[in-house]
Design a protein around this ligand. Sequence first.
Ligand code: ASP
Length: 442
Amino acid sequence: MGLKVCKFGGTSMASGNVILSAAKIIEEDKDRRYVVVSAPGKRYSGDIKVTDLLYKCSDEVEAGDISAFKETFEKIRVRFMNIEAEIGKELHIKDGLDEAEQEILNGAGRDYCASRGEFLAAKIMAAVLDVPFVDATEFVRFDENGVLDQKETFALGEKVLKQYARAVIPGFYGLGANGKVKTFSRGGGDISGSIVARSVMACLYENWTDVSGFYVCDPRIINSPKWIPELTYQELRELSYMGANVLHSESIFPVRSAGIPIRICNTFRPEDAGTYIVKNSTRDIRDYVVTGIAGKKGFTSITLEKSLMNSEVGFVQKVLSVIGKHGISFEHLPSGIDTMSLVIDNEFLKGDILKLLLAEMQEAVQPDKIYTHENISLIATVGHGMAKNVGTSARLFKALSEAGINVNMIDQGSSELNIIVGVENEDYANCLKAIYNEFFKA
Ligand code: ASP
């Protein structure tokens, strides 16, 4: 076929035996030449990811509690030594662990500390495959604002990786503008895989994880939901942003402009077809209306009402500058002629901040009424098919009304790719079920 990049997530790196299965998958296809790995994740429910232990280590060092740090680091040491023992090959992992421990104690910083799980996991995979290890700091670059410098990264990535016919690269981090290790947000190993795929211009980016792709709805809520054979980059972005967390929502950006497809594959069921994520859909639009449904709990809406709001120049801007001043971003901004609402993630509203925002908005725009709806869930129904199939929103709202669900907010993107509804948190599961039953139950 052509060059492939494979990324193995935390559950695919969780123990020596699983790492051996991943290595077998890689060796089965000679096109799988560049491999990106995550830190060892959970082996069973209740287990602790190595990255979580490393963040704990960092907190303990920062708090000056060295004996707690030593205890936590010992757990990481035992995990890696067990992996080495299971693989049954001398991997010199002890040296890497000693060095990491020393550097963390010397104040190497939080991101360096968090990155060591991937660093050591990549060393292990490189030794198992007998393939060179290439550190992500050699080519993944962030700018002064902490944002991935795509241009520099792809240029360097191409130059560095071209020197190796095969390589294993740690995911999740690169080099910040200050010359120190910098990590992506959690789950960012998916972005690293995408960067490598773009740098070497792969024909496919395989993302190996513990599920066989995307399902049309969360399997924890819908029993055995239908599987999605193919998604577009845009659909993936909408679904993953709204909580379908198979893949990091930013992982499409590096591959998108080059049109490199992503395939989600299951390390534990490698024979499954998985889900392809592509630039343009090859599915027949008549075969499906909705591609998937995803949702998130924990939002608050602030609604402002004022007569003649529509003709008051700068009204929205003044409201937005109140939240902007506090470094708060909004998810949605549905509006009527004399009303507007801001939907904000509750993460931003801890403590007394909501009260403060309401007071500042009152002062800034003198609304007739201002009120909030706390505990809102947002549910997105996503699919390119919706624009082509007349009556989709009517079906959706009829299904919700028949299920007795009160909708607090509606937002439809102008591309007709999604319809987002806001409902009370307690209606979250029923809302997903009602939409699923309407569009997917035969
Ligand atoms: N190990 C990191 C995390 O747990 C990154 C990743 O797995 O992609 O978030």
